[in-house]
Design a protein around this ligand. Structure first.
Ligand SMILES: Cc1cc2nc3c(=O)[nH]c(=O)nc-3n(C[C@H](O)[C@H](O)[C@H](O)COP(=O)(O)OP(=O)(O)OC[C@H]3O[C@@H](n4cnc5c(N)ncnc54)[C@H](O)[C@@H]3O)c2cc1C
Length: 485
């Protein structure tokens, strides 16, 4: 058993509580922007820190992140985004975009920065015949799925309805429902509308600018502020999906059965397994409240498969506490993970596993059972299938050979950031023998470096693109790709 008490030097660090004296707070300082220099004739609004609306536009899902830009452009249109980029360029200020504040910020957004809040840019246009949707930068997956499913179609959406579509797509985007069947969300993008560092609005496609199109899909916020994306949709109306919850005492048996099971399933079967400390909250079914459980999440979107028969070996491991796996409308897919939608403090780390062995299972269970600041969530998602294949038009996603994602999180409550950070670092170290060294771009936390997202070859390619399109690194408040010739 992994005993994380064995290395407890972290306990002597000064303790810091999230929400009291936020970790990763941006520096404070004199105002960098005056009202006179703010853009006029915006469709949206320009807000200084003292203005009404500033707290709402800078509010993050992850309460651990404190975003305090010198000015917020609450954009209502691509023209507003252009005005924001021109302001930042004129002042030599860094600029960032935020739709929901789900992602941890590797670099604080402080008073020298311009923030573009895209929350008001909410248009979704579905072309059912072409099976595409144009989605603006403020749209969240919940709204997009609700709209798209009206047409008998489905997108490659993420687990949580409150995550933003554009931030997800630019970070690759792992769909736990259709991903193994079709690949990453970034593999199915037709065009990207983006305001680049020169203030120009461009519609970037594989033909118009192949290199920028390569870099935008996986380059996160490094190459401009995206105002809309056009994505491909799939003719899926129902899923066989849900979660099977087992007691944590069966974790080793369940994970080992899962380890064998994933070798047998077709590409239409997407799945993950999570070791979870469920919160003791009334919203949960009584048998799960406050319990440690192991949950297998299932999504099979191929009606020609006997999905119930495929899932049978998992159900047979031991008696589940609750089993919600059944046929469901695609529109209900968020219920598979039931991710919390209300803002909360989260500390997280991520990686990718190249293999899942009995020893990996032992290590995962030991990490979940850790005695010092144990994680609330240890999750692995099954990759392979279409995730492993290069799309027709290649993009910056570099880790096609990984077998599973790895994600560790401590969520909510009075979080002792130093103790958790140290415990998570030890957990990752414990799992290192089975890790690829890379991290899923969309799960990257502030604990991971940009270099962990890309092979050296792809990083060099992105750095050279950055030199061309953002030589002064205006877009640097992110997992930054440094401009290099
Ligand atoms: C509960 C939860 C569930 C999740 N589930 C999944 C999942 O199933 N699969 C998965 O792949 N990921 C998942 N994620 C991770 C999520 O996809 C990433 O954190 C994503 O970057 C969030 O995008 P956002 O716009 O919601 O967040 P934001 O914090 O608003 O944006 C994140 C970053 O994206 C960039 N960005 C956002 N908008 C723009 C823009 N318009 N132009 C340029 N750059 C922009 C910026 O760099 C920004 O810092 C999950 C995260 C959470 C918290």
């Amino acid at each position: 058993m992994y005993d994380d008490n064995a290395r407890h030097e972290v306990q002597e660090e000064p303790s810091q509580k999230i929400g009291e004296s936020g970790w990763g707070q941006p520096p404070t300082g004199p105002p960098h922007f005056t009202r006179e220099e703010l853009p006029v004739a915006l469709q949206g609004r320009a807000l200084l820190p003292e203005d009404d609306g500033y707290p709402e536009e800078t509010r993050t899902y992850n309460l651990r992140i404190d975003v305090r830009p010198g000015v917020v452009i609450a954009a209502a249109s691509a023209r507003d985004v252009q005005a924001a980029v021109r302001l930042a360029a004129a002042k030599g200020s860094p600029i960032a975009a935020m739709a929901t504040g789900h992602a941890t910020q590797p670099v604080p957004i402080g008073p020298d920065a311009v923030l573009v809040s895209t929350r008001a840019m909410r248009d979704i246009t579905v072309d059912a015949q072409a099976r595409t949707a144009r989605i603006e930068a403020g749209v969240r997956w919940g709204e997009a799925v609700a709209e798209i499913t009206k047409y008998g179609l489905a997108p490659l959406n993420g687990a949580s309805p409150s995550v933003g579509v554009v931030g997800f797509v630019l970070a690759g985007g792992h769909s736990p429902t259709l991903g193994r069947a079709h690949g990453y969300a970034a593999d199915h993008v037709n065009s990207i509308e983006v305001v680049t560092a020169d203030g120009k609005l461009r519609t970037v496609t594989a033909v118009s600018d192949p290199e920028l199109f390569f870099g935008l899909r996986g380059g996160k916020g490094n190459f401009g502020i995206v105002t809309a994306v056009e994505i491909e949709l799939f003719p899926v109306t129902t899923l066989y999906g849900g979660s099977i919850f087992f007691p944590a005492t069966s974790a080793t048996a369940v994970l080992n059965a899962y380890r064998e099971w994933v070798k047998t399933v077709p590409e239409s079967m997407s799945s993950s397994v999570a070791l979870v400390r469920m919160p003791d909250v009334p919203i949960l079914p009584e048998p799960l409240r406050g319990k440690q459980v192991v949950s297998i999440r299932i999504s099979c979107a191929d009606p020609s498969e006997n999905a119930a028969a495929l899932v049978e070996p998992l159900r047979a491991v031991t008696t589940p506490i609750i089993d919600t796996v059944q046929e469901m409308p695609y529109a209900d897919c968020a219920s598979i993970h039931s991710d919390p939608v209300d803002p909360t403090a989260v500390i997280e780390r991520a990686g990718l596993l190249r293999v899942l062995t009995p020893e990996t299972v032992d290590a995962l269970v030991a990490v979940a059972e850790g005695t010092t600041a144990p994680p609330d969530l240890v999750e692995i998602r099954h990759l392979g299938g279409a995730f492993a294949r290069q799309p027709g038009v290649p993009n910056a996603i570099s880790y096609r050979d990984a077998a599973f994602t790895l994600f560790i999180a401590n969520i909510g409550g009075a979080i002792d950031a130093y103790a958790i950070d140290a415990a998570q670092a030890r957990a990752i170290e414990r799992l290192r023998p089975w890790c690829t060294g890379y991290t899923l771009l969309s799960f990257m936390s502030d604990a991971e470096t940009t270099e962990q997202g890309y092979t050296p070859e792809v990083y060099r390619r992105l750095a050279s693109l950055k030199q061309r399109v953002d030589p002064f690194n205006l877009f640097r408040l992110n997992h930054n790709i440094r401009p290099e010739a």
